[in-house]
Each structure stands twice: as structure tokens, then as C-alpha cells.
Design a protein around this ligand. Structure first.
Ligand code: C2O
Length: 546
């Protein structure tokens, strides 16, 4: 196994999109940032230097970080932020994961432009569980604001209203042909007739679930979230922010140019969304030269309707683990968390300018009625490891405080979230089952729920309220998919299982950043086991303090 050394300099860089130039926070002046390529078993040592005017951290999304929780990255959870002018070296080893992951800033809304791909190939001497593709292309789907994303979220936090939606979707940082001023920079993906390409697709967007397709081509899904799946063929993918999907595409169509395209899956009723489409071009090498034939438009794909939940759900139910699934059959912790949005009454004494949500409210979000608040004086992990009192409490509830018809037509009075920094404590090795139950207070929505430090099996999902008597029969304990981000169906539930074998403090949150901003998060505190191999390592000497 190799060790890879990298320098990441977080800095402001002028970036021009949609005819306008913005001072944009990037890594090494690149947007998207550098692609990391490693083999399973390799170690990464990344020295992050912060030359921007904002606090920053980097999270290695999906990396298990076994015993190396100090390198996970979410600010105030596993470290204090790297201050402007500061630096921190992240050091971790890839253990047993293969496929596509990614990295992104985990501080305010910096990740809008601070992100990149992490490609993990099989161990030296091992091979893919599918024929080796001729080429591999990472495709990072993103969102671009014609504004500073940090200003967008600050304004929303101040007013209590929903933040502005993005102005373009992007593929590898480019909006593509269908947007103003973007045509000449459209991303081209070359392919030869008959050749197979492995597309490594990441939804690195901030707030939008996306459908993805390639005109006239079949996509064979072979992996997701750096775990292999039993191959299945589709024409449309749906990815929530945080999720990755690896697909094989074969050039079996007449030589031409075909659009690769993504646009919104807008699951929430009535919520504003951007109905534009981002494109790249799959370009057959023997196709008429694009420079001389600009009149020949690429083949346009068919994308599902914006609210096509049936397609989104059918896609997410097609995943089966390729490797032997090690699902715990017995459980020690049976948890039930509600997941959803809400509206808080305007706090007494506050000005109407700060309560610009619907009917003079402020938007909020919660799990089990707790709206998560990050600490500010110590990170949760530091407070846990050094027994610093007063930073968090361990009373995060295992079940909702009141039972109600979660997905029915319910009054918001049933859930007025209480702000808190509460964690749920797990014994080392505990076998956990967690029911994630969406709620329809304010509006129901598909939530991409991400767990740090773990992969988990998604053993069932469905619509409406989870009913143990009816739904336990649907559990797949044989070959459920292993993921780090679950797409919780709109107005529905998912059941996940994992073994708490990685000590540390691990965030569980909705990967729509606007929802984290509103508090849709909690953290698990996993205690050390016995012996060194079951114990969190000591913090690195350069760990940023608050
Ligand atoms: Cu990809 Cu907590 O994040």
C-alpha cells in the first residue's frame, strides 16, 4: 500500500460562470477541486492550508475513518475549524472501500465550491468485479450561485426565510450548453465506438436531488458510495446530495454527440426549485467534428418529470449488495428518529425582519424534535475524549417524544423543535437498527441522510408511517445495499442497520445543506471498546483548537 501526500490550499480565486466573475473559494485555485486517486489500503496525508477569509475544514465523505475520527472533518464535531491563516494535516487510511467517494468543505456553505472526487481502485493485484473499462470519468454534479454562497446562507439565517435557490446546476463545475454564456466550456467526455467507460457520478450539489441520464444509452450500475452492487441496467439515476453511483456505459450507438444531463428531482410540494438542465457531451471520436458542425446539436435525452417519485423510488430500490452482506440479524439498539422540517413561531421580542418564513415564522428542522446546535468552544470529539463538561448532553431521545401521524395532515403545533446539542451514546460493538421516519410538518420531502464514520445497510424503505407489525416482513437481511447516504423516500421511511465498531463522535444529518442549517442533524457518541484496536487514536498535535 502507498501513502499519498497532497497540499490543499483553500483560497479565493476568480471564477466566471453565467457571464459573471465571482471571488470564489477553491482548493489550489481549482473549481471543482483536485481529484484524489488511490487504491484500497492506501494512506492519505493531506496538509490543508487555509488562506481564505472564512473558517474551513475538509470532510472525506464516506471514508470510514476507523479509529481516526480526528481526521473526519465536520467543524465543531471532530475538530474546531481551521482559522484563516491556519493549517491542519488530515491523515487516514482507506480500509476495505472501493469505488467513488468525494471530499468537501464541512463549514457553513463553503462546500458549494470546495469539493472534489476521491477515486478508490482495488488493491494492487485485485480487480474490479466487472470487466475493466477502457476509461474512467468522474462526473461531479453541482450547483452554482450567481452570488457568494456564504452570503446566501447568512441572509437566510438572519431572516428565517428559505435561502435563494442556485442559479445553475453543473457537471464538473460547468453549467453546459443550455445556459447563457456556457456553451464553449461545456464538458466533453470522449468515447470510441464499442468502448466502455466507467462514469463515477457524485451529487456534490448543496440542496438539490438530481436525476441523471445520457441520451440513447443504457447505464449499468455497478457501485454506489464505494461499495459494489449487483449490476443492474437503467436509463435514469437519481442521486441525493452526498450519494455517488458508478455506472458502465458502452458506446453502442451511431457515432454522434449525446447529451449527458442532470436536472432536479423536486420531491417537496410547493417548494421553489430551479427547472434548468445541466449538460455535458458524450462525444464519439468518429462523430462529425464539433468545431465544424456547431449546427449539429447533440442528441437530447429524456428526463423524468420533476416530481417523478415513482422513478426515484424504483431506482433506489434496485440496489443489492454485491459482496456478502454482514447485516446484524440481532439488534441491541432499536432506534426511531423522525426527520423533517418545521416552522418555529417568531421568538417574542424579535423583529418581523427576522421572521420572514411563512406567516411570520422561522424555518426549522429536527430529528426527534431536537434541532441540532453545534458547540463553539470545543469540538464534540474533544469534549468527549477529554471529559470536558457542558459541551453536549447525552439525552438525545431514542424515540420521538410524542407519537402522531407523521406523514398525515398534521398540525405543526405537534412539533415545535427544541434547540440542543444532544448526542446518543452507543456501546462499542452495539448492533443498531435505526428507523428514519420522514414527517410532513410544513412539507414532506425526500431527505438524503448521511452517517459519518460508518457504512450502513438499508434493509427496507416505504411510504407513509413505519409499522413494525407490517413492515418487518419486508426486511432484506440477505443482500441489502451498503451505503453512507440513504435516500429517505418523500413522506416515508427507511430502516438502516450497522454495528457501532468505530469509536468516536459521528454526525448523522440530512445532506441538503439548507436542512443542516435549520438543525436536521444529531451525533452518535460511540464509546471505546477494549484494547488498542478498539480505541480512538490520540489527537494529532496540530489539531485546531477553538
Ligand atoms: Cu458529505 Cu457531513 O457530509
Amino acid at each position: 500500500a502507498e501513502t499519498h501526500y497532497h497540499d490543499f490550499v483553500i483560497q479565493a480565486t476568480p471564477v466566471t460562470r453565467l457571464c459573471k466573475t465571482h471571488s470564489t473559494i477553491t482548493v489550489n485555485g481549482m473549481y471543482p477541486g483536485p481529484t484524489l486517486e488511490v487504491n484500497n489500503g492506501d494512506t492519505l496525508v493531506i496538509n490543508v492550508v487555509n488562506r481564505a477569509q472564512y473558517n474551513a475544514t475538509i470532510h472525506w465523505h464516506g471514508v470510514r475513518q476507523i479509529r481516526t475520527g480526528w481526521a473526519d472533518g465536520p467543524e465543531f464535531v471532530t475538530q474546531c475549524p481551521i482559522r484563516p491563516g491556519g493549517s491542519y494535516t488530515y491523515r487516514f487510511t482507506i480500509q476495505g472501500q472501493e469505488g467513488t467517494l468525494w471530499w468537501h468543505a464541512h463549514s457553513s456553505w463553503l462546500r458549494a465550491t470546495v469539493y472534489g472526487a476521491l477515486i478508490i481502485r482495488p488493491k494492487e493485484g485485485d480487480s474490479y468485479p466487472f470487466p475493466k473499462p477502457k476509461r474512467e470519468t468522474p462526473l461531479l454534479l453541482g450547483e452554482w450561485w450567481d452570488a457568494n454562497p456564504i452570503d446566501v446562507v447568512r441572509q437566510a439565517t438572519r431572516t428565517g426565510a428559505a435561502p435563494n435557490i442556485s442559479d445553475a446546476y453543473t457537471i464538473n463545475g460547468q453549467p453546459g450548453d443550455l445556459y447563457n454564456c456556457s456553451s464553449k466550456d461545456t464538458i466533453i467526455v470522449p468515447i470510441d465506438s464499442g468502448e466502455t467507460n466507467l462514469l463515477r457520478i457524485v451529487n456534490s450539489g448543496l440542496n438539490q436531488q438530481l436525476f441523471f441520464t445520457v441520451a440513447n444509452h443504457k447505464l449499468t450500475v455497478v457501485g454506489a458510495d464505494a461499495s459494489y452492487v449487483k449490476p443492474f441496467t437503467t436509463t435514469v439515476l437519481m442521486l441525493g446530495p452526498g450519494q455517488t453511483t458508478d455506472v458502465l456505459i458502452t458506446a453502442d450507438q451511431p457515432p454522434a454527440r449525446y447529451y449527458i444531463a442532470a436536472r432536479a428531482y423536486a420531491s417537496a410540494q410547493g417548494a421553489p426549485f430551479d427547472n434548468t438542465t445541466t449538460t455535458a457531451i458524450l462525444n464519439y471520436k468518429s462523430a462529425p467534428c464539433p468545431a465544424k458542425s456547431t449546427s449539429v446539436k447533440p442528441v437530447i435525452p429524456i428526463l423524468p418529470a420533476f416530481n417523478d417519485t415513482a422513478t426515484a423510488t424504483a431506482f433506489s430500490k434496485s440496489f443489492r449488495s454485491q459482496r456478502k452482506a454482514l447485516v446484524p440479524t440481532e439488534i441491541d439498539e432499536n432506534l426511531f428518529f423522525t426527520v423533517g422540517l418545521g416552522l418555529n413561531n417568531c421568538p417574542s421580542g424579535s423583529s418581523p425582519a427576522n421572521c420572514q418564513g411563512p406567516n411570520g415564522t422561522r424555518f426549522t428542522a429536527s430529528m426527534n424534535n431536537v434541532s441540532f446546535v453545534l458547540p463553539s468552544s470545543f469540538s464534540l470529539l474533544e469534549a468527549h475524549q477529554q471529559l470536558i463538561p457542558g459541551v453536549f448532553t447525552t439525552d438525545f431521545p431514542a424515540a420521538p417524544p410524542v407519537k402522531f401521524d407523521y406523514t398525515g395532515n398534521v398540525s405543526r403545533a405537534l412539533q415545535q423543535p427544541v434547540p440542543g446539542t444532544k448526542v446518543y451514546k452507543l456501546k462499542f460493538g452495539a448492533r443498531v437498527q435505526l428507523v428514519l421516519q420522514g414527517t410532513s410538518i410544513f412539507t414532506a420531502e425526500n431527505h438524503p441522510i448521511h452517517l459519518h464514520g460508518y457504512d450502513f445497510y438499508i434493509i427496507a424503505e416505504g411510504f407513509g408511517n413505519f409499522d413494525p407489525n407490517r413492515d418487518t416482513a419486508k426486511f432484506n437481511l440477505v443482500d441489502p445495499p451498503l451505503r453512507n447516504t440513504a435516500s429517505l423516500p418523500v413522506g416515508g421511511w427507511s430502516v438502516i442497520r450497522f454495528v457501532a465498531d468505530n469509536p468516536g463522535v459521528w454526525l448523522l444529518h440530512c445532506h441538503l445543506d439548507v436542512h443542516i442549517t435549520w438543525g436536521l442533524a444529531m451525533a452518535f457518541l460511540v464509546e471505546n471498546g477494549v484494547g488498542e484496536l478498539e480505541t480512538l487514536e490520540s489527537p494529532p498535535a496540530d489539531l485546531p483548537l477553538c
